[in-house]
Design a binder for this molecule. Structure first.
Ligand code: IVH
Length: 669
C-alpha cells in the first residue's frame, strides 16, 4: 500500500509539473501521449483506491455536480475598477497628477501591460491550496465559481513553486482576468451555431457565459485561460514593486503575461509602449481592449491610495473601439478559391479603429438565418485584427419595415454552375473547377505576399490575363513575354519591365512558400511550413503518403487526405512540373558546412537539464539539422533527457542512435 501511495504522489507531482509546462509556460516537455499515459495511470489508481483521492489531485478539475446557484462571496479587499484614458494627454495628466500628489517631481516608474478583455476573478490560496474562486461582482460581493475555475488548466489547484527555496505564502488572494482565446471563441460559436444555439457576441461574453455555467462539466469543455495581474490580501510574500510581485506570483506557478509586461522609466516610455500594444493588438491570440498602466513602487502606490471606485496609481488606456454601427446597403455572394459561396454585406462606410470599412463577411447562409440579417438592416460591425470585418448582430429596434430578406442563390453567381453542400459543412460550394471565380482566386492566392510574392500583379491584371486567355494555370505566368504584357490595358513599357522583373524575382523561393502557393485545401501558411520542415525537398513532398503525413505534429486526417488527393491529381502534378521547368528554384535548408548534423533528423524526448527544449531545437536547426516529433525509420538521432517517454523503446527497436544530453551537446558544439 505504501508503494501505491508513493506512486500516486509521484504521479501527481509529475502531472502538476507538466501542467505548468504546458498551460502556464507554453513550453511542454513531454508529448501529449506521454502526458495522457501519466494521467490515465493516476485515474486508474484513484479508481482502485478512492480513499486516496485528495481535493488538489489533478484529476479533480471537473466536478460532477452542477451547482444549484452561485453563492455570494465577499472580497476582503474590494476589487476596484480602473479610470480610463483615451489619448496621450490623459496619460500625461495622470502622471502629472501623481507627481503633484506625491509632492515630488522625479520621474515615476510604471509597468504597462495588455488589458485583457475577459472577466476579473479572485483566487484564494490558503497554505498553497486553491480554496475559493469568485467573480468580481460589484467589487465587494461576487459569485463563487470555484468548481468552474478549477476546470481552467492554467489555474493551479495547488501552488507549485519553481524552486524549492521559494516559500508558499500562508494566504494569497490572486486577481486575474479569465478569458477565451479568439480562435477558441470562434470555434465555440461555430459549434453553437451548428446546434441552433445563440452565439456569443465577443470573447468576453463567451468567457463570462462559460464561467457562470452552473454545470462545471460544460465549462470544462470551454477553453478558458487566465492571466494573473494583481493581489488582494497576502501573507508571506516579499516584493517592493508591481513588477517583482508579478515575478513572485509567477514563481509560485501562476500564469502571468510576463513577456508583455513592460517596465517603463518615464511617462514617454509608457506612451510609446501603449501605442506599440495598440499597433500589435491584432497579433495577440486573445482580445485586448487597452493597456493598463500601474505605478511600479508599492510604497508609492500606497501613498497615492485610492478613490471610491478606482486606485489613483493605475490607469486604463483604452484603444479605439473595434465595433461600430452602420447600415447594410446590399448583400452580395462571392465565390472563393475553393468554390465556397460567401455572402458579403456592402455597408455604408464606417470608420472602425482607424480603418474605413465598406464590406463585412456574413460567413454563410446559416449565419444570415441565425442572426436574421436583412438588406437595409442597421447592424453592429466588428473589425478584429487582420481578419475580415464581420456583422455581429442586427439592431432590431432600428427596423423600418423596408428591410429585405436575402435569398441565397441556388446556382453559382459567377459561372451559373451547380452548387452543393457537403453534409458535414455549412458552406455551399460551386463544384465547377473551371469556374472563373475560383480560377481567379487561385491566381490571386498564388501571387500573394506569403506565397510567390509577385509584386505588381494585381487583380486587374490577373482578370485581363484570364479574360484574354493568356494564362490558364499558374505556371503560365512564368512564360509571359513583354509583347504579351503590352497587349494589356494600361500597361506601358515601364510597368511591363517591372512586372517581368517581379515575376523573375519570384522564382527564387522557399519550399514552404511554394507549397502554400499551390493552394491545396486546408494547407495554409502554417501547415505549409510544417510540411516544408518535414520533407525539406519538393520531390520528397510530392511522394508524401497519408501515413507519413499523419506522423507530422499538427497534421490530422483531413489535411493529410486533402494533400494526397491533390498530389494524385494529374493536372496538379503537371502544373508543378511546368513551374519547375520555368525555372522556379526552391532554396533548401542551408547546408551547414563542417556541421556533423547537417541534414540529420532529430527527435527529443524527456526534459533536458542544460537548456529548454526550444533552445535545443533552435541549435539543431541552426546547424543544419531537422526536427521531427515522432521516431520513424527516417530518424537519425533520439536525444534523451530526464524521464523519457515511450519514444526510447521505439528508437531502440528501430535502431535509431540514442544520444544522452551530454552526447548531444558534444555533437552540436
Ligand atoms: S488591474 C485595481 N490589470 O480591467 C486594479 N486589470 O476596468 C485592478 N483587466 O476589472 C485591475 N486586464 O477585469 C488590471 N492587466 C490587467 C487587466 C485588468 C484586464 C480588467 C479587470 C478590471 C478591469 C478594470
Amino acid at each position: 500500500m505504501e508503494k501505491i501511495v508513493k506512486e500516486i504522489e509521484r504521479l501527481r507531482e509529475d502531472i502538476r509539473h507538466h501542467n505548468r509546462r504546458y498551460y502556464v509556460m507554453d513550453d511542454p516537455e513531454i508529448s501529449d501521449a506521454e502526458y495522457d499515459r501519466l494521467f490515465k495511470r493516476l485515474m486508474e489508481l484513484e479508481g482502485r483506491f478512492p480513499d486516496l483521492i485528495t481535493e488538489d489531485s489533478p484529476t479533480q478539475r471537473v466536478g460532477i455536480r452542477p451547482e444549484k446557484a452561485f453563492a455570494e462571496v465577499r472580497h476582503h479587499v474590494p476589487m476596484l475598477s480602473l479610470e480610463n484614458a483615451f489619448d496621450d494627454q490623459d496619460i500625461l495628466d495622470f502622471d502629472a497628477r501623481n507627481r503633484r500628489f506625491l509632492k515630488d517631481d522625479t520621474p515615476i516608474e510604471y509597468t504597462v501591460e495588455p488589458k485583457i478583455d475577459g472577466l476579473a476573478v479572485e483566487l484564494v490560496y490558503e497554505y498553497g491550496m486553491l480554496r475559493r474562486a469568485s467573480t468580481r461582482g460589484d467589487g465587494n460581493i461576487g459569485e463563487e465559481v470555484t468548481s468552474n475555475v478549477k476546470t481552467i488548466f492554467s489555474v493551479p489547484l495547488k501552488l507549485l513553486p519553481i524552486r524549492k527555496e521559494i516559500v508558499i505564502p500562508d494566504l494569497l488572494e490572486v486577481r486575474g482576468e479569465v478569458y477565451m482565446e479568439t480562435k477558441a471563441f470562434e470555434s465555440l460559436n461555430r459549434d453553437r451555431m451548428a446546434h441552433d444555439l445563440p452565439v456569443f457576441a465577443n470573447p468576453r461574453n463567451g468567457a463570462a457565459g462559460s464561467l457562470r455555467q452552473l454545470d462545471p462539466r460544460i465549462s470544462a469543455k470551454r477553453p478558458l485561460n487566465i492571466f494573473c495581474y494583481g493581489i488582494g490580501r497576502v501573507n508571506g510574500l516579499e516584493y517592493a514593486t508591481q513588477y517583482e510581485l508579478m515575478v513572485a506570483i509567477q514563481q509560485l506557478g501562476l500564469r502571468v503575461n510576463r513577456p508583455h509586461i513592460h517596465l517603463c522609466r518615464s511617462i514617454d516610455e509608457v506612451i510609446a509602449y501603449c501605442h506599440r500594444l495598440e499597433e500589435e493588438r491584432d497579433s495577440f491570440p486573445f482580445e485586448i481592449d487597452g493597456a493598463v498602466i500601474k505605478v511600479n513602487r508599492l510604497a508609492l502606490q500606497a501613498a497615492l491610495g485610492e478613490k471610491s471606485r478606482s486606485p489613483r496609481w493605475a490607469l486604463a488606456y483604452k484603444f479605439k473601439p473595434s465595433q461600430e454601427i452602420t447600415k447594410i446597403v446590399k448583400i452580395d455572394v462571392q465565390v472563393g478559391r475553393t468554390g465556397v459561396l460567401t455572402p458579403v454585406a456592402q455597408l455604408e462606410p464606417v470608420e472602425i479603429g482607424g480603418v474605413w470599412v465598406k464590406r463585412a463577411t456574413l460567413h454563410n447562409q446559416e449565419e444570415i438565418r441565425k442572426k436574421d440579417i436583412r438588406e437595409l438592416d442597421t447592424v453592429v460591425v466588428q473589425r478584429a485584427g487582420d481578419v475580415i470585418p464581420e456583422v455581429v448582430k442586427v439592431i432590431e429596434s432600428k427596423r423600418t419595415g423596408e428591410e429585405r430578406r436575402f435569398e441565397f442563390p441556388r446556382s453559382c453567381p459567377v459561372c451559373g454552375g451547380e452548387v452543393q453542400k457537403k453534409e458535414e459543412e455549412v458552406a455551399l460550394r460551386c463544384i465547377n473547377p473551371g469556374c472563373p471565380a475560383q480560377v481567379k482566386e487561385s491566381f490571386r492566392h498564388f501571387v500573394s505576399k506569403g506565397a510567390m510574392n509577385i509584386d505588381g500583379l494585381g487583380d486587374k491584371i490577373i482578370s485581363q490575363l484570364l479574360e484574354k486567355d493568356m494564362v490558364q494555370v499558374e505556371a503560365d505566368l512564368y512564360y509571359l513575354t513583354r509583347e504579351d504584357l503590352l497587349r494589356l490595358d494600361k500597361i506601358e513599357n515601364k510597368s511591363a519591365t517591372n512586372l517581368l522583373q517581379s515575376i523573375e524575382e519570384s522564382k527564387k523561393t522557399t519550399l514552404s512558400r511554394f507549397i502554400f502557393a499551390l493552394g491545396i485545401r486546408h494547407v495554409g501558411a502554417h501547415v505549409a511550413r510544417l510540411l516544408a520542415d518535414h520533407y525539406q525537398k519538393l520531390d520528397l513532398f510530392m511522394r508524401a503518403n497519408r501515413d507519413e503525413l499523419l506522423t507530422i505534429k499538427g497534421i490530422g486526417k483531413e489535411i493529410a487526405e486533402s494533400i494526397t488527393d491533390y498530389l494524385k491529381n494529374r493536372t496538379n502534378r503537371l502544373n508543378i512540373e511546368r513551374l519547375l521547368d520555368a525555372g522556379i528554384q526552391i532554396e533548401g535548408t542551408p547546408y551547414v558546412s563542417g556541421s556533423p548534423i547537417s541534414g540529420k533528423t532529430f527527435v527529443i524526448t524527456g526534459s533536458l537539464r542544460s537548456m529548454k527544449r526550444a533552445g535545443a531545437e533552435e541549435r539543431i536547426v541552426a546547424k543544419g539539422g531537422r526536427l521531427a516529433s515522432t521516431v520513424t525509420a527516417g530518424t537519425d538521432y533520439l536525444v534523451v533527457g530526464e524521464s523519457p517517454g515511450s519514444k526510447m523503446a521505439k528508437a531502440e527497436a528501430s535502431g535509431v542512435s540514442i544520444l544522452s544530453e551530454g552526447e548531444f551537446l558534444a555533437l552540436i558544439e
